[in-house]
Design a protein around this ligand. Structure first.
Ligand code: ADP
Ligand code: MG
Length: 299
C-alpha cells in the first residue's frame, strides 16, 4: 500500500474509534492468526459486584463486612472496590473507620491481609488461604466450585486462622464477546484466554464465549501472560494481545499487535499498537478488516 493509502486507512479507523499507532501495526494486523484475550475488563465488563455471601462460622453479616471492607479499603483491586461498595450499602453499625487496621499487606496474585482490632484477617483466593495453612471445610470446597462454575470469582475470608466466609463476585460478560470469538473463528483466527483469575472461573468464561479449555491459561501473572504470547509466536503464529490492565502491558508489548481497551489503564494504552476507543470487542475485527482491505489493494 502507498503511504497515502495507509494514512487514509488510519484516518478511517480513527473516525470509527479504532486508533492505529502507525503503519506497521496496520500492516501486521492482517497477518494475525491468533488472538490472546485477557478476561477481566476485556471479555468481561470489568464492573464486578458482590452477588452472594456464605458464612461458615457464626458472625453477624454486618460485622463480617465491616471487618472485610476495612481491610479492602486499602486495596486498589477491582474486587476490593466491589466489596467496599457492597459494605457501604449494608449501612454498617460499626463504621469502617472505627476498625484499627494494622500491618496491611497486598499479596500479589492472591489477595490482602491485615490485623483488624487484634484479629488476623486474610481476604483473597484459595491460594492465599491454603498457603497460610488454613483448610477449607467440605461445604466450603463445594461452594467454591459452585461459584466458579457460574464464572464468578470467589473471595475467601479467614479470621484468626479459620475460614469464615465466601464472598461471590460477578463481573458480567460483554454481550458481544461470544459473537466476536465465533466471527474470528470464521476468519481462521484462533482465540485464547490468559487471566490472573482462578482456573474454574476462567474455564466458565471460556465455555460461555466458545473458547476451548486447552486454550485457557489461568492464575497468570504479567510475565506468564507475556510468556504465553511468546510461546504462541514460537509455534509460528502471528499473535495479537487484547487487554486493559497494567498486568497486560508486558504481553501487549510482546505481541505482534498489542490492542488496548480504551476504557483500560493508561499503561496498557501506552503499551499497545492499537486502541479500541469505544471499548467494543467487535472493533478487533474492524481493525483486522481495515488492515486486510488496505493491503489487498496492492497485490
Ligand atoms: P487479576 O487482576 O487478573 O484478577 P491479580 O493478580 O490482580 O489478577 O489477582 C489475582 C487474584 O488474586 C484475583 O483474581 C483474586 O482472586 C485475588 N486478589 C487479588 N487482590 C485481591 C483483593 N484485594 N481482594 C480479594 N482478592 C484479591
Ligand atoms: Mg483485565
Amino acid at each position: 500500500a502507498t503511504p497515502t493509502a495507509v494514512m487514509v486507512s488510519t484516518g478511517k479507523g480513527a473516525t470509527q474509534g479504532v486508533l492505529i499507532k502507525g503503519g506497521a501495526a496496520l500492516e501486521t494486523a492482517r497477518k494475525v492468526d491468533c488472538i490472546v484475550f485477557d478476561k477481566t475488563g476485556t471479555l468481561t465488563k470489568g464492573e464486578p459486584s458482590v452477588v452472594n455471601t456464605k458464612l461458615f462460622r457464626y458472625i453477624a453479616l454486618k460485622v463480617f463486612f465491616s471487618i472485610v471492607a476495612s481491610v479492602e479499603a486499602n486495596s486498589e483491586h477491582p474486587l476490593a472496590k466491589a466489596i467496599v461498595e457492597f459494605a457501604k450499602g449494608l449501612r454498617l453499625q460499626e463504621p469502617l473507620e472505627q476498625h484499627q487496621v494494622q500491618d496491611f499487606r497486598a499479596v500479589p496474585g492472591q489477595g490482602v491481609q491485615a490485623v483488624v482490632t487484634g484479629k488476623r484477617v486474610l481476604v483473597g483466593n484459595y491460594k492465599l488461604i491454603s498457603e497460610n495453612g488454613i483448610s477449607l471445610p467440605p461445604q466450603a470446597s463445594e461452594q467454591l466450585q459452585d461459584v466458579e462454575v457460574l464464572a464468578r470469582t470467589a473471595v475467601l475470608v479467614a479470621i484468626d486462622g479459620e475460614l469464615t466466609g465466601l464472598i461471590s463476585v460477578a463481573d458480567p460478560m460483554k454481550p458481544e464477546a461470544p459473537a466476536v470469538i465465533s466471527t474470528l473463528k470464521l476468519m481462521n483466527i484462533k482465540s485464547v484466554i490468559v487471566t490472573g483469575d482462578n482456573r474454574g472461573t476462567a474455564l466458565a468464561v471460556a465455555r460461555e464465549v466458545g473458547i476451548q479449555p486447552k486454550d485457557v491459561i489461568a492464575e497468570a501473572d504479567p510475565k506468564a501472560k507475556a510468556d504465553r504470547v511468546k510461546e504462541l509466536q514460537s509455534a509460528g503464529m502471528v499473535v495479537a494481545m487484547v487487554g486493559d490492565g497494567i498486568n497486560d502491558s508486558p504481553a501487549l508489548v510482546a505481541a505482534d499487535v498489542g490492542v488496548a481497551i480504551g476504557a483500560g489503564t493508561d499503561i496498557a494504552i501506552e503499551a499497545a499498537d492499537i486502541v479500541l476507543m469505544k471499548s467494543h470487542l467487535e472493533d478487533v475485527v474492524t481493525a483486522i478488516d481495515l488492515s486486510r482491505k488496505t493491503f489487498s489493494r496492492i497485490r
